[in-house]
Ligand binder design. Structure first.
Ligand code: ADP
Ligand code: MG
Length: 476
């Protein structure tokens, strides 16, 4: 059994300074890389991706619980994506007030009317959790959200274990060093992409990464690309602009971009309204959805990952409906749900408003957005809800119980940042990967984990947003 990193190490400032230098070099050696902010679209100058100096303690039981429930979450997301009545009902009020969700939903409706042109489904997701501290000192695994679109850091988190192993050895903690777990989501994600590509059945066709305008985090994706090339599966990186300019469908709805047939579109961009810089981007999204290429995710799996769907799932009987013969799966899934509350118009939503106004510090108010920095906390919840409480605009949000993990101390290393001991909170993610061909689930796995840690001053924001940093669990 491991222990927390002892104080004699944590608070020895000469040692910590030395270890931080070693750690940064080791991160560079291992390829835990990011482009620098000043030149995000060039690899001439790179730095280490931000990470913690030490691994953070995570109780073994909850860690295993997160890995074990993952295949059930894969199944759940996949079932939701095939249940258009459910999606329609769950999102009916949201699409009335939230333009972005409405646009996605219209694409979904059009695809349903035309009929899906591809039976191969590729799902790569990451279910994120925090460990809610209980009064008796134990902690409970509570889901923050499931990311069905562009779930990141599967690449870099495949390289961080060796960095922490090295630091712990240099710090004179060989036992803890041995306890750092192997992790290789990049390989698992690539394995699923490779399966989908094989099923598509054309050796000349490419896996297209649909990438952001600004690509600081390119190395995270390159790991998956490299794994694919190793299998002789060709990949290309294209932006919305490229698809707008040169994308087309042939009469069999095969997708071509810059003259290349695309077997798989792996979306790493397109989850935020600002990703669609023009009407043409929306046309390009629609074209890709209509195409015969395998989409990761397809439009219905994208919608299955919305926060509104998450809230509806927490209602009594809903998860049960998706697993009629698997009470054990239902139990495992439900055990991870925090309290989630509707803000739809009506008495139930009114009650949610009242509850939030009475004790805003106990909740998080969430709009239908991804990518960090969108949620509302504390006093601001009061402001927003007092303005909206009688307006249908409130249905663009959901309310969620605030999870309170036990703070742990660590040093957050980031380029140009100070070396200070911070009070930190961690968020654990489990990567899911699945491939379905028609009715047959061909692959359904948990392919790794991600621990991210941030200073407890910040209530929101991920690694890309410059708030959280990469970490590794030290199981206790
Ligand atoms: P996003 O899609 O923007 O990533 P999340 O739901 O993951 O939205 O929330 C962003 C961040 O806000 C999380 O990484 C977490 O740090 C914090 N957060 C979200 N929900 C809660 C919650 N219920 N309790 C405590 N913190 C939360
Ligand atoms: Mg998140």
């Amino acid at each position: 059994m491991g222990e927390n990193i002892p104080e004699e190490v944590m608070k020895n400032s000469a040692l910590v300074r030395e270890l931080a230098d070693v750690a940064k070099d080791e991160a560079l050696l291992q390829g835990v890389l990011m482009r620098i902010q000043e030149s995000p679209n060039s690899s001439e100058l790179v730095t280490y991706a931000p990470f913690t100096l030490f691994p953070s303690p995570v109780p073994k039981a909850v860690f295993l619980q997160a890995l074990e429930v993952q295949t059930h979450f894969n199944t759940l997301v996949d079932k939701i994506s095939q249940d258009s009545d459910f999606l329609q009902e769950a999102l009916a009020n949201t699409v009335e007030v939230d333009d972005f969700t409405a646009r996605l939903f219209r694409i979904h409706q059009q695809i349903l009317e035309e009929g899906r042109s591809q039976k191969i489904v590729l799902g790569l997701n990451r279910s994120d959790y925090m460990l809610d501290q209980r009064e008796d000192g134990t902690s409970a695994l509570k889901q923050i959200e499931i990311n069905t679109f562009a779930a990141s850091f599967g690449g870099l988190s495949s390289r961080t274990p060796d960095v922490h192993r090295h630091i712990l050895k240099v710090a004179g903690r060989p036992e803890e060093s041995r306890q750092i777990l192997d992790n290789n989501p990049a390989a698992g994600l690539a394995r699923a992409v490779a399966k989908a590509w094989e099923l598509y059945g054309s050796e000349r066709a490419f896996v297209m990464f649909l990438v952001e305008e600004v690509q600081r985090n390119i190395f995270d994706q390159r790991y998956v690309e490299s794994e694919l090339w190793r299998r002789n599966i060709p990949t290309i990186r294209k932006r919305f602009d490229d698809v707008c300019r040169s994308g087309s469908l042939d009469q069999d709805k095969r997708l071509f971009v810059d003259g290349k047939e695309v077997a798989v579109v792996y979306f790493r961009n397109g989850y935020m309204p600002q990703n669609y810089t023009s009407e043409e981007c929306w046309d390009a999204r629609l074209m890709m959805e209509r195409s015969r290429a395998v989409k990761c995710p397809d439009i219905s799996t994208h919608l299955a990952g919305t926060k509104k769907v998450q809230q509806v799932l927490a209602r009594p009987g809903v998860v049960e409906k998706f697993f009629p013969d698997q009470p054990e799966a239902v139990k495992q899934i439900r055990a991870t749900f925090a309290g989630l509350y509707t803000l739809d118009m009506g008495p139930e939503g009114d009650q949610t408003v009242e509850m939030a106004l009475a004790a805003p510090d106990r909740y998080v108010l969430k709009p239908q957005r991804e990518g960090g920095g969108n949620n509302i906390y504390g006093a601001e919840i009061r402001q927003v809800l007092e303005g909206l409480k009688d307006a249908t605009q409130r249905t663009a949000y959901i309310l969620m119980d605030k999870i309170n993990p036990a703070p742990v101390q660590n040093y957050l290393l980031r380029q140009g940042g100070p070396l200070t001991l911070s009070n930190c909170l961690s968020e654990l993610g489990a990567f899911g990967a699945y491939v379905r061909h028609g009715a047959d689930m061909i692959m359904n796995e948990c392919v790794g984990h991600l621990l991210r840690t941030k200073s407890s001053e910040h209530s929101d924001g991920g690694v890309a947003a410059g708030v959280a940093v990469l970490d590794n669990p030290l199981l206790i």
